[in-house]
Ligand binder design. Structure first.
Ligand code: MOS
Length: 749
């Protein structure tokens, strides 16, 4: 009715689609009307804005008990006693589960378990916010009231925090978080640096931040006939199955996980956190469905965070700007029980060649929960450091910052000398420079003023790893002529329900509108997690293969050629077939489950971008605003320019948050985050963001990364933004910010 009408009315926003995909020469590409590359509208858009899409926290089968976790207010200590009497006497409270009630749990490998330490398995307190008991009650309010009555006594000790922890070499043996060598090196950094014509040697800090996804993590666990059924808010249904099967000692096939919609995750829902396990344990204990929906505060302590990364970057260049020495030493925080490694120098390995390289990757173990991937892991915080240092180097050399990047352009991957599967970064630089008007930029700082405001422009390169996962998919044609795509993959807001039907449509030669996408469930063809910008490349390839198989089956039934779509129901009926199914898969070299940036093959795979911004700074007020942003990307084939643009704009705004607003500050005395709700964390809102965010992709078809020409885009959008903005502020004001976020006082005269 009226809601529907309004949704349709506001849908068509002019996003300048004719400029979204450009040829390597900068000419606009005509977009096809249907199939791959068309601006197909979001298939699930109406369901999401009208509330028809149901999330895990909204499900409430009859008999469900609400579980509320009682969490530790201290970061380090041991539980002396837990008195549950008052809670148990409260209205509606059915059960309080304490460490005494916990069964012995098996081990789950890390990942898919996000952290190796399972709270409530013993009486130790290892981080603030750690669950110590769970109150189960008939209503949420009763469970919350009961949780407030649980009397927990903890012998507290002073916590170790990032600032006070020792720097150590992370353990790599058996560590699922190792993505590469810790200390890659070549040549002689010290000699190269000593002989350089210009040098920079600085420390840059990107703080701890939280995902703040719109939908807090939630899980509903139900046991039926000895099998576990979960409706979970996750980025990896199969990961939940594997983690729980290890911990509960069950066959993977006895655990069924569904997640039709995920309300954002950004990495927080990539692996499995304790509340998911605790919900399953509690539901088994009381023989009723149990739902645990984390509070916003619990999302700060119980589902990971992006660890603070301290980078020391030292660059040396010859008089022509060629990098003759590069060092990038990173330190990030991790927990006492897991060596999560934020590879802050990941981008530094592959972006610019240099004969003399020295990188180190270290951690500091503190009394905090295990960190996790957060958009964009590794390259996000790390490239703020490298690309700020490159800007500083350009001023040491008196060389245009873009010219400096071009003087150090990598023709092959410097990390391994492999050719790139495809790379259009040079064209992205050129297109971005054209759009922002870079050629007219004066090198001097404080050169442009409008009234009380100083104006400057800055740029940075972006690079992101390309991850690929093995995947399977099915495309089905039913008796009524309907086409359905099936894959276990998750929908986290990126456009999954739209682009996979587009791929199937193109392969089948039909319209994408009306193709149903069934996803988000174990039991459907197995896929990896929706993270690492890997779903489109992996699942998309499997869908393409499945659609090809189906097409061949249709042709086979019809005697060789595929008839027009309106004849398909008749074709099935005449042949007595009720459903025709095509299966497809995406395999990696050596049948590996996972491949990072093509390391298993002959080609290096990354995505790239060139980010340009125009900043204005009012030094009287300490205010900085982004007036324009132009970002051009080399990311492989783009399946849907509109959903792809949304991804990049989201990433750019996310990057703006990193540089100007966001920081999860910790009180070092207590090891507690000072703010654990959205009112105390500064996130970008519409008023912070300029209308003029201009995104373009260079037309590209990657012949090696996947069968459909795709690499991946999700996390790339965030990379480079922080450095471009900090560099733009420097150009406007002459002030160099090396610590994020950039606060008012750093900009005030
Ligand atoms: Mo993204 S941090 O891989 O969800």
């Amino acid at each position: 009715m009226t809601v529907e009408a309004k949704v349709r009315d506001v849908h068509h926003v002019d996003v300048g689609v004719n400029r979204l995909i450009v040829t390597p020469d900068g000419a606009a590409v005509d977009l096809p009307a249907t199939g791959i590359g068309s601006t197909e509208r979001r298939h699930d858009g109406d369901d999401k804005v009208t509330g028809a899409a149901k999330y895990a926290g909204e499900e409430l089968p009859s008999g469900t008990l609400h579980g509320v976790m009682v969490t530790s207010p201290v970061a380090r200590g041991s539980i002396a006693s837990i008195d549950t009497a008052a809670a148990l006497a409260a209205p509606g409270v059915v059960r309080v589960i304490t460490p005494d009630d916990m069964p012995d749990l098996g081990a789950a490998s890390v990942p898919p378990a996000a952290q190796s330490y399972m709270p409530m398995a013993d009486l130790t307190v290892r981080y603030e916010g750690q669950p110590v008991a769970i109150v189960l009650a008939e209503t949420l309010e009763q469970a919350e009231a009961g949780a407030a009555l649980v009397d927990v006594r903890i012998d507290a000790r002073d916590p170790v925090v990032f600032e006070t922890a020792e720097t150590v070499v992370p353990e790599t043996e058996g560590n699922g978080y190792v993505l590469g060598a810790l200390d890659p090196a070549r040549g002689d950094f010290e000699a190269g640096f000593a002989g350089a014509a210009a040098t920079v040697d600085q420390v840059y800090v990107a703080p701890t931040r939280h995902h703040n996804m719109m939908e807090p993590s939630a899980t509903l666990a139900e046991w039926r006939g000895g099998e576990l059924h979960m409706h979970d808010s996750t980025q990896w249904t199969y990961g939940v199955r594997y983690a729980l099967s290890g911990m509960l000692g069950m066959e993977p096939g006895q655990i069924h996980v569904r997640c039709p919609f995920t309300g954002g995750g950004f990495g927080a829902k990539g692996y499995v956190w304790p509340h998911q396990v605790l919900a399953a344990v509690a539901a088994r204990d009381v023989r009723r469905p149990v739902k645990i929906a984390l509070t916003r505060a619990q999302c700060y302590t119980d589902t990971g965070y992006q660890p603070v990364v301290r980078s020391r970057v030292a660059l040396g260049a010859d008089a022509d700007g060629k990098l003759v020495a590069v060092a990038h030493d990173t330190e990030s925080v991790s927990s006492q029980f897991d060596d999560y490694i934020e590879f802050g120098n990941a981008g530094t390995r592959s972006l610019y060649p240099t004969p003399n390289l020295a990188l180190t990757t270290r951690i500091r173990k503190a009394d905090v929960g295990t960190p996790t991937a957060m958009r964009a892991p590794h390259e996000g915080p790390g490239m703020f450091a490298l690309e700020s240092a490159m800007d500083e180097l350009s001023y040491e050399l008196g060389m245009d910052p873009l010219e400096l990047r071009l003087a150090n352009y990598a023709e092959v991957d410097p990390a391994n000398e492999k050719p790139f599967s495809s790379n259009r970064l040079r064209e992205a630089y050129a297109e971005g420079a054209r759009r922002i008007g870079w050629a007219d930029r004066p090198m001097e700082v404080r050169a442009r003023r409008e009234g009380s405001r100083l104006i400057g422009t800055g740029m940075a390169s972006a690079i992101m790893s390309t991850f690929r996962f093995a995947a399977a998919a099915r495309v089905c044609l039913t008796a009524d002529g309907a086409v359905r795509v099936e894959a276990g993959t998750q929908e986290i807001g990126t456009g999954t329900r739209t682009i996979f039907p587009q791929i199937a449509a193109e392969r089948l030669g039909i319209d994408a509108e009306g193709i149903e996408m069934v996803l988000g469930r174990t039991g459907l063809p197995e896929t990896g997690g929706t993270f690492g910008s890997s779903s489109t490349i992996s699942v998309g390839s499997a869908v393409a293969g499945a659609a090809d198989t189906l097409r061949n089956r249709i042709a086979g039934l019809a005697g060789g050629t595929v008839p027009p779509r309106d004849q398909w129901p008749d074709l099935l009926r005449r042949n007595g077939v009720s459903e025709l199914v095509g299966e497809g898969g995406f395999q990696l070299p050596g049948d590996a489950p996972f491949d990072a940036h093509g390391c298993a093959g002959d080609h290096s795979m990354h995505t790239w971008g060139a980010v340009f911004v125009e900043m204005e700074v009012d030094e009287a007020l300490g205010l900085a605003r982004m007036r324009r942003c132009v970002a051009c990307y080399s990311a492989g084939r783009i399946l849907n320019p509109v959903t792809a643009r949304s991804q990049m704009i989201g990433g750019i705004i996310w990057g703006y948050g990193r540089v100007m607003l966001e920081e999860s500050a910790m009180d070092p005395r207590y090891g507690r985050y000072l703010s654990q709700n959205l009112s105390g964390v500064h996130l970008p809102v519409n008023a912070d963001i300029p209308q003029d965010i201009d995104v373009a992709f260079i037309e590209e078809h990657d012949p090696y990364a996947s069968a459909i020409g795709v690499r991946g885009i999700g996390e790339l959008g965030e990379v480079g933004v922080a450095a471009a903005i900090a560099n733009g502020i420097h150009h406007a004001t002459g002030r160099r910010a090396r610590e994020l976020p950039i606060k008012f006082e750093a900009l005030m005269s």
